[in-house]
Design a protein around this ligand. Structure first.
Ligand SMILES: Nc1ncnc2c1ncn2[C@@H]1O[C@H](COP(=O)(O)OP(=O)(O)OP(=O)(O)O)[C@@H](O)[C@H]1O
Length: 125
């Protein structure tokens, strides 16, 4: 199937559009704001408590996973609201599933954060 957009597609890198997507998600989604607040707390604690390179890698991976899940969750919500604006159990299930992915990523991130930071906090108490 042809598309008007494809024919007029500008021939350049899409970084600007990707950043637009992240900025849009940050502005429109409360969860995204919470993730960024947690991200800055983790960066501050990581710097203050001197986490190792391996620990930084694990923190980066887990925080990245949460942000990726939230972006896909937001995209899925918009897609479904556009394609199927009516109330439908299947739409509800799909939205619950993508929200579940964010929750799993967030819990994983909390567990990794506790494993890395708790012993360091206990040492300075
Ligand atoms: N069209 C629909 N049909 C049936 N249930 C729906 C529909 N839209 C939303 N729901 C239900 O409401 C929940 C919240 O959906 P909504 O689109 O409001 O997401 P949200 O509250 O903005 O989520 P988030 O906090 O991740 O942005 C869904 O997980 C689903 O259970």
């Amino acid at each position: 199937m042809g598309s008007d957009y494809k024919g007029n597609k500008p021939n350049r890198l899409g970084v600007k559009y990707a950043v637009n997507g992240i900025v849009y998600a940050f502005r429109s989604e409360m969860n995204m704001k919470v993730h960024f607040v947690v991200l800055f707390i983790v960066l501050f604690c990581g710097y203050a408590l001197g986490v190792s390179a391996t620990e930084w890698m694990l923190l980066t991976l887990t925080i990245g996973a949460v942000l990726i899940c939230e972006l896909f969750n937001t995209a899925m919500e918009h897609l479904l609201d556009y394609l199927a604006p009516e109330i439908h159990p299947t739409v509800g299930k799909i939205k619950d599933l993508t929200a579940g992915a964010v929750l799993v990523a967030a819990f994983t991130s909390i567990i990794i954060g506790l494993i890395i930071f708790l012993p360091k906090f206990l040492l300075i108490l």
